[in-house]
Design a binder for this molecule. Structure first.
Ligand SMILES: [Zn+2]
Length: 92
């Protein structure tokens, strides 16, 4: 799990009403790390958009590359589908 994922997780748990101590235990990080991540990431830093394949809500971190898919599986499926369509409507 990288730092951005951790930040998102911390903030998700915060939104669910978890305290720092619980979050720290849940994510196997220290309480101060949990608090630090929370201060560092506000809701404004999280961009919410939907997976292009399944429509699932995904959060991207501001300043980072925007995620378009919720998972690699969805990315794969979407491109697969796109390729098939292009072949179908392809020029001769
Ligand atoms: Zn998806």
């Amino acid at each position: 799990m990288n730092n951005d994922d951790l930040k998102i997780k911390v903030n998700e748990l915060r939104n669910e009403g978890y305290g720092y101590k619980k979050i720290a235990t849940k994510l196997s990080i220290t309480v101060s790390a949990a608090r630090y991540m929370c201060i560092k990431t506000t809701d404004e830093d999280l961009l919410v958009n939907n997976c292009k394949n399944c429509g699932l809500k995904i959060k991207s971190v501001k300043g980072k590359k925007k995620k378009r898919f919720c998972s690699d599986v969805c990315r794969y499926q979407w491109w697969n589908h796109k390729n098939r369509e292009e072949k179908h409507h392809g020029t001769h």
